[in-house]
Design a protein around this ligand. Structure first.
Ligand SMILES: NC(=O)c1ccc[n+]([C@@H]2O[C@H](COP(=O)([O-])OP(=O)(O)OC[C@H]3O[C@@H](n4cnc5c(N)ncnc54)[C@H](O)[C@@H]3O)[C@@H](O)[C@H]2O)c1
Ligand SMILES: [Zn+2]
Length: 726
């Protein structure tokens, strides 16, 4: 049996003391210094562990435990003010069950249905209380520990949207308005850039930026920064009729001229609550400010009073927190990758961390100027953000954790892969490029991988590992491809001996084997005893097949700038052979539908380069069919003059064959939905284009409707289309 003190195991006691210290320290850094050193997720983890320990061992829950306190005592140079009524925190819910448990408890305590509920957004800002006496702004104070806060009145007066005098009828003689001060997301990045440029520490996130800004000693600085406020409650309310519900409170506050959000909804029950939560889970980034969850409040003020509060939070409200999108991790290094067009991009290499459901260890830093703007140093702890499907981003360094060992990133002057001196393509460019397009192994690798893509030659066996193997074998081996020219001449004998480093597809940087600390090396085209692998056989077989692809795919595979699939299709449709494209004058090219003079010039220039022409000649010699059949007899042009958008996956058509079916009937295919779109053809898993069609009232066709369109024309299709909002 382990040792115990007053019935509590020593281990639990120790952990409790340890967590209390961590939590108190984090709060001080967060609330008082506005410079947190751990992520909110980390903090919430500690706090929840504390709550659980105290639940298991109630004697640990003493009045001075962090679980019984709000925020942190106000500290620093500001005058202290007593709040007229205590400002509280909120209890947290992290899943449906937590919300249901909260509702059940409220029901029990209220001895009846506590509904309806007001659902609103949990603004990730800082809490503030404004006192209005006889309708005049008397003071503004931070929450502090809930009883005593910092007097920040001069600063509050500079915030846009906060009235200095309340308007309207029946204004209370004394009212305490609570709300959240925040910085709009868009302004946050700009503010940090300014701070870094001035040699100051950037803020970790918009919340800290707002807190740091509100607690500026010089209100002139506060005035220059984009602070905003939204109100979400009241404390003392005297000398006017009292509202009966939370929503009436908001109506009144709005009448007084105070900033109230429109993004709330009163719902009858748990289902309504959950719907609201799910809606904003999907639309978390729609508001101009950051939200970290949803707050649910019992709407009736009388029921709120019945339910009352615990030592730190009301029982009549709960905060549902969405999974964190920000974590802290270590920036181990900044490496540069070289892309298909020679663009050189610095990448953050980080200690792997789990964020928003996936492990992240690299993030693009875009270019050297952005590294400087963000103010990150190699060795920094950094705030890493991954919002939904958006690519991960480094937000800011945690400067409070620097120990002097950090070093600045220096952008290389020469290509890390071929040693050529890097240059800007034209004046004013943000990106440096490796000008050695012909023989920079990185650029060949990327072009080759691109040429094999689904929208080009469609060679599945030529994935990233294969593209690397063909262009960058281990030291001592000669690359079998020095440009794309030899692609269709590859032989099994060439493939078998190749050994190469595995590279990260996103960054092009070598992957490190965690066991050895060395780059991972593979023999992709053979097994241990030198027998050709399936990979080799598959690649050669698919190369044979790829010789028959239509001309437009070959054009895409050549990596001519600005010639993506749509342009390539237009070119192939009009000129029908590579020779015709190669020999066309700039004017002739520009006469092709969808090709402007700039693109025409780029195409001309491309074909004037010797080694480019060599690729074309060699592919042709190897048997790549570089012409299309003569244009098919035009059928009836029943879709003439109409524009269509195709979205989602159709069963009987690929995206290209659907487009072909439309264009061969005289119709046009566009990439985005507008009021001019005749129909949107919608398959499985259609995304935002579908929503756009609905919002613009554009008729929608499913696959069956699409067939009606192709067979019988637009009138018949209109009969079977779904017309939104009718
Ligand atoms: N990273 C760190 O080191 C660190 C340290 C301390 C706290 N924190 C963060 O702060 C949180 C705890 O802070 P807290 O006690 O302020 O609690 P909280 O932020 O979880 O919730 C209470 C606060 O929510 C605010 N709020 C926002 N929108 C609201 C709305 N619509 N209605 C009502 N209130 C609304 C109010 O100001 C209220 O005081 C933690 O969960 C953690 O994420 C982080
Ligand atoms: Zn290079």
């Amino acid at each position: 049996m382990s040792a115990e003190v007053e019935g509590v195991p020593v281990d639990a006691l120790k952990r409790h003391a340890e967590l209390s210290e961590l939590v108190e320290d984090a709060r001080w850094r967060y609330y008082v210094l506005d410079q947190p050193t751990v992520s909110d997720a980390q903090f919430d983890g500690w706090f929840n562990e504390l709550l659980q320990l105290e639940q298991a061992h109630p004697t640990l829950q003493t009045p001075d435990s962090p679980t019984q306190k709000v925020g942190a005592p106000a500290a620093g140079d500001f005058a202290k003010v007593q709040h007229l009524q205590k400002m509280e925190s909120l209890d947290n819910a992290f899943n449906d069950a937590d919300i249901a448990a909260w509702q059940t408890r409220a029901e029990r305590l209220a001895e009846g249905d506590p509904g309806p509920y007001l659902c609103e957004l949990k603004i990730d800002g800082l809490a503030i209380a404004l006192v209005y006496r006889d309708g005049k702004l008397d003071r503004g104070a931070t929450r502090g520990d809930g009883r005593t806060g910092d007097d920040v009145t001069p600063n509050v007066r500079t915030i846009k949207g906060i009235p200095h005098r309340l308007e309207g009828d029946d204004v209370p003689s004394l009212v305490e308005v609570r709300g959240e001060v925040y910085i709009p997301v868009e302004e946050f990045g700009k503010l940090n850039e300014q701070l870094v440029a001035q040699g100051k520490a950037p803020f970790a996130n918009p919340r800290n930026a707002a807190a740091g800004t509100l607690r500026q000693k010089d209100p002139r600085i506060t005035a220059q920064r984009p602070l905003r406020m939204l109100v979400h409650g009241v404390g003392v309310w005297e000398g006017a009729a009292e509202p009966q519900t939370q929503s009436q409170v908001y109506d009144r506050l709005r009448e007084f001229g105070l900033p109230v959000s429109d993004l709330y909804r009163v719902v009858p029950d748990l289902t309504g609550i959950n719907d609201f939560i799910e809606h904003y889970r999907a639309h978390r980034h729609d508001p101009a400010y950051e939200i970290d969850g949803v707050v649910v409040k019992v709407d009736k003020i009388r029921t709120q009073r019945e339910l009352g509060s615990t030592s730190r939070a009301p029982r009549w409200a709960i905060a549902y927190k969405y999974p964190p999108e920000e974590v802290n991790t270590k920036l181990l290094d900044i490496e540069v990758g070289v892309g298909r067009t020679g663009r050189v991009t610095p990448y953050a290499v980080m200690e792997p961390v789990l964020v928003a459901g996936s492990t992240v260890e690299r993030a693009t830093l875009h270019n050297a100027a952005i590294v400087v703007k963000k103010g990150v140093l190699i060795g920094d702890t950094v705030v890493l953000r991954k919002a939904g499907d958006v690519i991960p981003e480094i937000v800011a360094p945690v400067t409070a954790l620097r120990d002097g060992s950090e070093r600045e990133f220096v952008m290389p002057t020469h290509c890390p892969e071929c040693g050529t001196e890097l240059a800007y393509e034209k004046e004013g460019d943000a990106d440096l490029r490796c000008p050695n397009a012909r023989s920079c192994p990185a650029q060949i690798r990327e072009r080759l991988y691109f040429a094999a893509g689904r929208r080009a030659l469609d060679i599945e066996g030529l994935g990233y590992v294969a593209a690397t193997a063909l262009t960058q074998p281990v030291e001592g081996q000669e690359p079998v491809l020095r440009t794309e020219a030899d692609l269709f001449d590859l032989t099994l004998e060439q493939l078998i001996p190749i050994r190469s480093v595995v590279r990260d597809q996103e960054t092009g940087l070598p992957k490190i084997d965690p066991k050895t600390g060395e780059p991972k090396v593979v023999s992709f085209f053979s097994n241990v005893s030198g027998v050709p692998s399936q990979n080799a056989l598959k690649l050669l077989a698919e190369l044979e097949e790829a010789k028959k692809v239509p001309l437009w795919r070959v054009l895409v595979a050549l990596s001519i700038r600005h010639v993506g699939p749509p342009t390539a299709q237009e070119l192939a449709g009009a000129l029908r052979s590579i020779d015709a494209v190669m020999n066309a004058s700039e004017e002739e090219l520009a006469a092709v539908e969808g090709i402007g003079p700039r693109v025409a010039a780029t195409i001309r220039e491309w074909f004037e380069v010797d080694w480019h022409r060599e690729i074309v000649e060699r592919w042709k010699a190897a048997g790549v069919r570089m012409e299309d059949e003569p244009a098919p007899e035009k059928g009836p042009q029943i879709l003439e003059g109409l524009t269509f958008v195709v979205t989602g996956t159709l069963e009987g058509f690929t995206r290209d064959s659907a487009a072909e079916a439309i264009t061969s009937r005289g119709g046009k295919v566009a990439g985005s939905v507008s009021k001019k779109t005749a129909f949107v053809v919608v398959g499985e898993n259609a995304g935002s284009k579908y929503d756009k069609a609905v919002s613009l009232g554009v008729p929608i066709l499913n696959e069956a409707g699409f067939r009606v369109l192709l067979d019988q024309g637009p009138e018949a299709a209109a009969e079977v289309a779904v017309k939104p909002e009718e």
